[in-house]
Design a protein around this ligand. Structure first.
Ligand SMILES: Cc1cc2nc3c(=O)[nH]c(=O)nc-3n(C[C@H](O)[C@H](O)[C@H](O)COP(=O)(O)O)c2cc1C
Length: 204
């Protein structure tokens, strides 16, 4: 089975949705698992760990239709300090819009990196509908696809899976707006404050 290195590429790693997804994936892998946040990590250390793993799972959010900065920095470091042994690289990506296909280009970016740098391609799971899904009755849909992803990785397959909430766009917009307003209220943040460009000013 070998060792699985799970790397969380979220810019808000400690309290990210990606962290929760990474934990789900770790629970499904039968061999040894090591989970790391890329944010704040020693990138050379992560490159060395990459060389010791048989599989790497990159877990990250879609940012501006592309890869978030911590993950970009890690891939740059990996290009500059390539490990001797190359693990199979799989992807678990999630995005805020309803449609999982929003993630297509970002997955292709990772696959291009793998092809150009000699990493065998593993499987991918694309999740739509934002970070609320694990706290809804649709959680089981995500858990099921994460299990399928990990099973596919352990078989050495190169498959792509996707999942989202089974809602219409109108229902999703209405439910997600209500979710974010409730979320803001519970933290003393108003709608107009959420509409500013300040992103987690007291964040990590
Ligand atoms: C700066 C920023 C850019 C984003 N860009 C996109 C985007 O292009 N498409 C999308 O569907 N979601 C986008 N999102 C939403 C995130 O992908 C989504 O909230 C994700 O669940 C966050 O995961 P995390 O908690 O692991 O960081 C963006 C979020 C932020 C903060």
């Amino acid at each position: 089975m070998g060792e699985l290195l799970i790397l969380n590429g979220s810019p808000r790693a400690p309290r990210s949705h990606s962290r929760r997804l990474a934990d789900l994936a770790a629970g499904c892998w039968k061999g040894n698992t090591v989970c790391r946040d890329i944010l704040g990590a020693d990138l050379n250390g992560l490159c060395a760990e990459t060389g010791r793993a048989s599989h790497v799972l990159l877990v990250f959010p879609l940012y501006a239709d592309a890869l978030p900065v911590p993950l970009l920095k890690f891939l740059t470091a990996l290009e500059e300090s390539p490990p001797q042994s190359r693990p199979v690289v799989s992807v678990l990506i999630n995005c805020g819009f309803l449609e999982p296909h929003q993630n297509d280009v970002a997955v292709e970016m990772v696959r291009l990196f793998c092809r150009q740098n000699g990493y065998p391609l593993g499987s991918a799971l694309k999740i739509g509908s934002g970070e609320a899904i694990l706290d809804t009755p649709f959680r089981f849909l995500v858990s099921r696809q994460v299990r399928r992803l990990v099973r596919s990785m352990s078989r050495g397959a190169c498959r792509t899976f996707s999942v989202t909430m089974p809602l219409t766009r109108r229902q999703f917009v209405s439910a997600s707006t209500a979710y974010w307003l409730r979320y803001g209220r519970s933290r003393g943040v108003t709608k107009s404050q959420m509409e500013t460009m300040d992103i987690e000013p007291d964040g990590p």
